[in-house]
Design a protein around this ligand. Structure first.
Ligand code: KG4
Ligand code: ZN
Length: 358
């Protein structure tokens, strides 16, 4: 029997300190040996958003202990690891540095390879950890900082079809929730409030819907919501839920419209029978998932999304990207420099120009 390739993953790019241990063998459900996420919600809540300095200090305080617990949960030690994978960017640079320095120290002392993982690649490959999805596939990557449609053609082979001109979808959920007084993070709060709301009471715009291409724009939608809230004055419970439903419905309509254009481009190049994959925190949304499944079916594609806990930030996806890279001999040297910005597709055009050709 081939021994498992066991990798420790570290994620510290935003407000989640996470450590995980992942194997490459067995059924997808068996591969995650440990997956620990320590949220910093309490630390950042008073500020209504993530404070980079506080995040970095919290990562520093908790990371050692979390790694020890992850190894303990997996029932292994540093000696059993084939590699250490840490998020090398993009993200809040103080936090990324904490994770990368920790990974370098372990790699150096234990003599195991280091893999510096692009956080977006972690999200992009997460469906291959949970579902054995073959390349190529169409990826909708929707998180707090990114909103992209990407043809994933292999490890490290990403062709961006569309991106956002301004805010990311998750940012629109977060800013909308703040306007409605629903707290942070906004996505789950909006989703919950929207269950009891009437999406039709307040008409909100759907920027770029019906226009060619796969790019997104959410800033006009956010401004329209702010204006509607201002006109309402104080918000009663009913109105708050109706506005949450209206915002969620508008964001999802935008995502679905752009994803349909991307599916047309993707199938024109690759044919049908492949997958549409959703990843990133917004992919945890339980209204978005069935709508994407329907879109995939309409284009002769299957729909795959990791379980919600693996859509939001976690270290299992980083460890898995480490496994995929190690198998291809893609390792990093100990002088890897953390990258605050790190596009998935280094050759991609800015929004408005991307994905013009099939
Ligand atoms: O991937 P992620 O955990 O972190 C980033 O890499 O940004 O994504 C976080 C984003 C936040 O904007 C959060 O509001 C959003 O994902 N989110 C959701 C849901 N759960 C998290 N948005 C909509 N519906 C959800 N259920
Ligand atoms: Zn993320």
């Amino acid at each position: 029997m081939v021994p498992a390739m066991r990798v420790l993953g570290i994620e510290t790019s935003c407000d989640e300190t996470a450590a995980a241990v992942v194997d490459d063998v067995g059924a997808p459900a068996m591969r995650i040996c440990a997956n620990l996420v320590l949220s910093q919600l309490v630390e950042h809540q008073p500020y209504g958003g993530v404070v980079p300095e506080i995040a970095a200090r919290a990562h520093l305080e908790h990371l050692d202990g979390l790694i020890a617990r992850a190894l303990d949960t997996a029932g292994c030690s540093f000696d059993d690891l084939a590699g250490i994978a840490a998020t090398g960017g993009p993200g809040l640079i103080g936090g990324v540095m904490v994770g990368v320095m920790e990974a370098k120290a372990i790699a150096y002392v234990r003599g195991v390879p280091l893999v510096a993982v692009n956080h977006l690649e972690g999200h992009a490959l997460s469906a291959r950890l949970t579902d054995d999805v073959a390349f190529p596939y169409l990826l909708l990557l929707v998180s707090g900082g990114h909103c992209q449609l990407v043809a994933v053609e292999g490890v490290g082979a990403y062709r961006r079809l569309g991106t956002t001109f301004d805010d990311a979808a998750g940012e629109c959920f977060d800013k909308g929730a703040k306007l409605l007084g629903l707290g942070y993070p906004g996505g789950p709060a909006i989703e919950y409030a929207a269950c009891a709301g009437d999406a039709k009471r307040f008409p909100l715009p759907r920027p770029l819907v019906g226009r060619p291409g796969c790019d997104f724009s959410f800033s006009g939608l956010k401004t329209a919501l702010a204006e509607t809230v201002r006109r309402q004055g104080t918000l009663d419970e009913r109105t708050r839920c109706d506005l949450a439903a209206a915002l969620q419905s508008a964001i999802l309509d935008c995502l679905l419209d752009r994803a349909a254009h991307a599916a047309a481009q993707f199938t024109a190049r690759h044919g049908d029978g492949h997958a549409v994959v959703a990843a990133g925190g917004v992919a945890a949304n339980s209204v978005l998932r069935p709508r994407l499944a329907q879109l995939a079916a309409d284009w002769g594609l299957r729909f795959v999304a990791p379980p919600p806990a693996l859509c939001t930030d976690n270290a299992a996806m980083i460890a898995w990207a480490g496994v995929e890279r190690l198998k291809l001999g893609l390792v990093d040297s100990l002088d890897f420099a953390p990258r605050p910005r790190w596009p998935l597709d280094e050759l991609a055009q800015p929004a408005g120009l991307a994905g013009a050709a099939p």
